[in-house]
Design a protein around this ligand. Structure first.
Ligand SMILES: Nc1ncnc2c1ncn2[C@@H]1O[C@H](COP(=O)(O)OP(=O)(O)OP(=O)(O)O)[C@@H](O)[C@H]1O
Ligand SMILES: [Mg+2]
Length: 257
């Protein structure tokens, strides 16, 4: 279980541009839950993910995993527990290294650094199998530089890399936004498969309302650092695109956008 408890997040504290984004914000994500988060630009989605991942400090409150505070976790503890995929397909991968080297680095994430471990023959065959399963023809490109792959191919590999080690949490920030519609579908289906197969607890931010409706077992809509809508399980299954869109527009009008 992942929990944000009474979190306060203030940007630019004490300056004229001070912004109190979260005030006493609490959220509990159950073990194995797949949460889709939608919300307008600037509503606090990325900040929320950054707080979960410990990438930004908070002014008050706590972030807990199974009731234990993770605020003071070391990077290696986070890497071993949380995988993250960003909007930009080149984030999270090294463009100048080959796909094999990238996969090997991801595979050894959180372990004492030793590249040789990752590139032995058995491991290489394993990577090839993992890539084959993506169905994008990447299994023959192990020695190709990551930077020469297309955005969609890179994002598929980034997802594979993020989930290579035995993780518990997968954090996705608009990870299909930079992809063409067909590739976005492939990556989304792949994401769903990985989350189910590895029984991950996933938090996915998306501007694609259809994905938020179709995937995951809980939907959250954010508005100005607050949760404006929260539906899980059966309540989530019965929600439609129109419902979400109506809600979205209503909030936008209320906010004067
Ligand atoms: N590093 C920062 N310094 C100052 N303000 C920030 C910082 N990061 C975010 N903010 C502010 O916090 C608010 C929420 O930003 P955030 O990036 O979390 O929104 P978002 O919901 O992810 O938006 P988008 O859909 O555009 O990605 C915005 O008003 C933004 O200007
Ligand atoms: Mg964002």
């Amino acid at each position: 279980m992942l929990e944000l408890r009474n979190v306060t997040k203030v940007y630019n504290a004490g300056t004229v541009s001070e912004q109190r984004l979260f005030q006493d914000f609490s959220l509990t994500v159950e073990e194995g839950q797949f949460v889709a988060i939608v919300g307008g630009n600037g509503s606090g989605k990325t900040s929320l993910l950054n707080i979960i991942c410990g990438s930004i400090p908070i002014e008050a409150g706590d972030v807990l995993v199974k009731g234990e505070s993770i605020l003071k976790w070391k990077d290696y503890q986070r890497y071993a527990t949380m995988g993250r995929v960003y909007q930009d397909p080149s984030a999270g991968t090294c463009p100048n290294l080959t796909m094999l080297e990238n996969l090997s680095l991801a595979d050894n994430k959180g372990k004492p650094f030793n590249l040789r471990r990752g590139v032995d023959r058995r491991r290489t065959d394993y990577y090839r199998e993992q890539l084959r399963a993506l169905g994008l023809g990447l299994e023959d490109k192990l020695n190709v530089k990551m930077g020469s792959l297309s955005g969609g191919q890179r994002q598929a590999v980034a997802l594979l890399m993020a989930t290579m080690t035995p993780l518990r949490f997968l954090i996705l920030d608009e990870h299909t936004a930079a992809l063409d519609p067909k590739t976005a579908e492939v990556i989304m289906a792949l994401t769903d498969k990985v989350v189910r197969e590895k029984r991950l607890t996933a938090v996915m931010v998306t501007h694609n309302l259809r994905y938020a409706v179709e995937y995951g077992d809980r939907i959250l809509m954010m508005n100005q650092g607050r949760v404006a809508l929260d539906r899980a399980g059966e309540e989530k299954r019965t929600i439609s695109m129109e419902d979400i869109l109506t809600m979205f527009n209503k909030i936008s009008i209320e906010c004067g956008n």
